[in-house]
Write a protein that binds this ligand. Structure first.
Ligand code: HEM
Length: 438
């Protein structure tokens, strides 16, 4: 922060968003944005930052004046050319193609069809927990450690959701470690600069080449998996293109993997830093659902979503021109003091947050609002119920396995945006936990 900004908190400068301080703890800047400049024009990055809950809600509801489409479908851009995921519904606005693509698989992640996946979720978590518990026991027996130890990120969370989604897609289980590695490389493609992007695209193209024979197979031998759904989906006699199928797989692997993995880490980080709340959850595991919800409000994995103006839009005393990019600050809206009391406190018993099973329309009742961690309205996260199921089931199983868990005394910057060389969402780089082995 410059001397200016320090002496006058209302002076927000674009480079403040590029500092390591912001990467780790963006909340003080979010607070200044909400107070002094809630519709902030960042001329350096050519964007408008929207930081108050109500303004974010209003934009989410307003498909007439805002769109999620990054390209004009009739314009000169080639779909999938500017993302390491290829062609996905994330690039589309709100039209028929988008509705069709979302509708194809959205039902797989909720309700009865999700219930059918619970055994896959439980077995996957159980297997990974057994693996790291065996290592921890062996390390203690051999005298390498004096107590149980697990590095939760690499030994559990970075592996678990990706294996679940790979299982749902119908990808071969024996290739799980390949998916874990390739998704990591695709993410690295989101790092700052063209070289990272080039490497991410190379990883994606490798994944696409791997997928092609599997897609060819499902065209003639359909199974009960998402690859088969893609191969046989039809709208007015038209099928999905190969590019759309490949992109959908990349979107689900990456979108469903990284976010949920970081959510599980964040739940454990917050619980272990609030041991009195952990104790209550241990006594009553049903509270784990509350941990998931409050984690998404307090510091969820997704702090930003972009929208583009279709017309000139006035918000407060600012005017956004046509084609402007608005960055919706979900992480800031979730800490808005006009909506949540003591927003900087992690509290699974707060009474101003809606703790039911997700709400895409803002308020449950007066003084009881939904978190913004899954977005809102039309593009509300498609995997919301799957993510909750995975994170809650896995955390309860971890709670059974890890007796008397505590944070190991090693440096940890905590939940942060990825460093410049990496893409991906906000989360922990590592999380060492010690526990008792009897
Ligand atoms: C805790 C974990 C998760 C978080 C925090 C999260 C967050 C989000 C957010 C904020 C959006 C809104 C995008 C927007 O406003 O444009 C979104 C959309 C989406 N999410 Fe998630 N997500 C999570 C888990 C998942 C999972 C497990 C899947 C896959 C099964 C998934 C698939 C998607 C898809 C496909 C979209 C785009 C939906 C659309 O545009 O209609 N997400 N997610």
């Amino acid at each position: 922060m410059t001397a200016h900004a320090k002496s006058d908190p209302s002076l927000i400068e674009p480079h403040e968003f590029l500092t390591d301080e912001f990467r780790i703890n963006p909340f003080p800047i979010y607070q200044r944005l909400r107070e002094y400049d809630p519709v902030y024009q960042d001329k350096f990055q050519n964007r408008w930052i929207i930081s108050r809950y109500e303004d974010i809600r209003a934009i989410y509801k307003d498909n007439n004046r805002f769109t999620r489409a990054v390209y004009n479908p009739h314009g000169k851009f080639k779909f999938g050319s500017d993302t390491t995921l290829g062609q996905t519904l994330n690039e589309l606005g709100e039209g028929n193609d988008y509705i069709w693509l979302r509708g194809l698989v959205a039902g797989e992640f909720v309700g009865k069809r999700l219930e059918k996946r619970i055994p896959l979720i439980e077995q996957t978590a159980h297997k990974i927990i057994q693996e790291f518990m065996a290592t921890a026991r062996e390390d203690q027996r051999a005298g390498h450690t004096v107590t149980g130890q697990v590095e939760l990120v690499s030994q559990f969370s970075a592996r678990f959701p990706i294996r679940v989604i790979a299982g749902m897609l119908g990808l071969p289980e024996e290739d799980n470690s390949y998916f874990e590695a390739v998704y990591d490389r695709i993410f690295a493609g989101g790092g700052y600069g063209r070289e990272h992007f080039r490497q991410g695209v190379a990883a994606r193209d490798e994944l696409f080449a791997y997928l092609d024979p599997l897609l060819d197979d499902r065209l003639v031998n359909p199974r009960e998996d998402l690859l088969s759904t893609f191969c046989h989906a039809e709208k007015d006699g038209e099928k999905m293109s190969r590019e759309q199928m490949r992109g959908y797989v990349a979107l689900l692997l990456v979108g469903g993997g990284d976010t949920t993995h970081k959510a599980i880490d964040a739940m454990w980080w917050n619980l272990l830093r609030n041991p009195e709340q952990y104790e209550l959850v241990r006594e009553n595991p049903e509270l784990m659902d509350r941990v998931f919800t409050e984690m998404l409000r307090f510091d969820g994995s997704n702090h930003w979503q972009r929208r583009r103006t279709k017309v000139e839009v006035e918000i407060g005393d600012k005017v956004l021109p046509v084609g402007a990019t608005a960055w919706l600050g979900l992480g800031s809206g979730n800490r808005d003091e006009q909506v949540f009391n003591e927003p900087d406190t992690f509290n699974i018993f707060r009474n101003d947050l809606y703790f039911g099973k997700e709400l895409r329309t803002g308020y449950w009742s007066e003084n009881c609002a939904s978190h913004l961690g899954f977005g809102q309205e039309t593009h509300f996260c498609m995997g919301y119920a799957l993510a909750r199921q995975e994170a809650v089931v896995a955390s309860c199983m971890l709670m059974d396995a890890l007796k008397n868990p505590r944070l190991a005394d090693v440096p940890n910057e905590g939940i942060a945006f990825p460093p410049p060389g990496r893409g991906g969402v906000r989360g922990l780089q590592h999380l060492e936990i010690e526990f008792d082995i009897f």
